[in-house]
Design a protein around this ligand. Structure first.
Ligand code: FES
Ligand code: FES
Length: 164
């Protein structure tokens, strides 16, 4: 028996009929066609599926779509505004924070949550914040630098161009 849900995703309200067992990640990807949110595991370990739900990062493979009824969700597609990359997206670009990029949307959404709650994190705090997100190819050094870049920029202290 399908259930009706209304969810605001990246500022747009969607009303859908969904199976009660449908996971939020599959709702986003398969129903709303927002495929920037990735599925990297079946065990809620990798963090590739991370989105912001009501101002906190959640692994969307651990949330049922029906649990998101009435929620505000932000996905990676919701970060760029007016053709301008979000400072985190810019940071990953400038600081080479990715190789294959599969984990990147989840990394960015986790970092987004971290910087909302702590705009000036230490390297230690960034590494701690990323513990639930696995990157299988880069090591984390450039990811940390990307987040530091974004934190600086968001605090208005970025040295902008050049990056290095
Ligand atoms: S797909 Fe959700 S944690 Fe891996
Ligand atoms: S950039 Fe490939 S898994 Fe992270």
């Amino acid at each position: 028996m399908k259930q009706q849900i209304t969810v605001t995703v990246n500022g747009v309200q969607h009303t859908s009929e969904v199976e009660p067992r449908l996971l939020l990640v599959h709702y986003l990807r398969d129903v709303l066609n927002l495929t920037g949110t990735h599925v990297g595991c079946d065990t809620s370990q990798c963090g590739a599926c991370t989105v912001i739900m009501n101002e906190s990062a959640v692994k969307s493979c651990t949330v049922l779509a029906v649990q998101a009824d009435g929620a505000e969700i932000t996905t990676i597609e919701g970060l760029a505004k007016d053709g301008q990359l979000h400072p985190l997206q810019e940071g990953f670009w400038e600081m080479h924070g990715l190789q294959c990029g599969f984990c990147t949307p989840g990394m960015i959404m986790t970092a987004y949550d971290l910087l909302q709650k702590n705009p000036n994190p230490t390297e230690e705090e960034i590494r701690h914040g990323l513990e639930g997100n696995l990157c299988r190819c880069t090591g984390y050094q450039n990811i940390v630098r990307s987040i530091q870049y974004a934190a600086d920029k968001m605090r208005g202290a970025a040295t902008a161009a050049g990056g290095e």
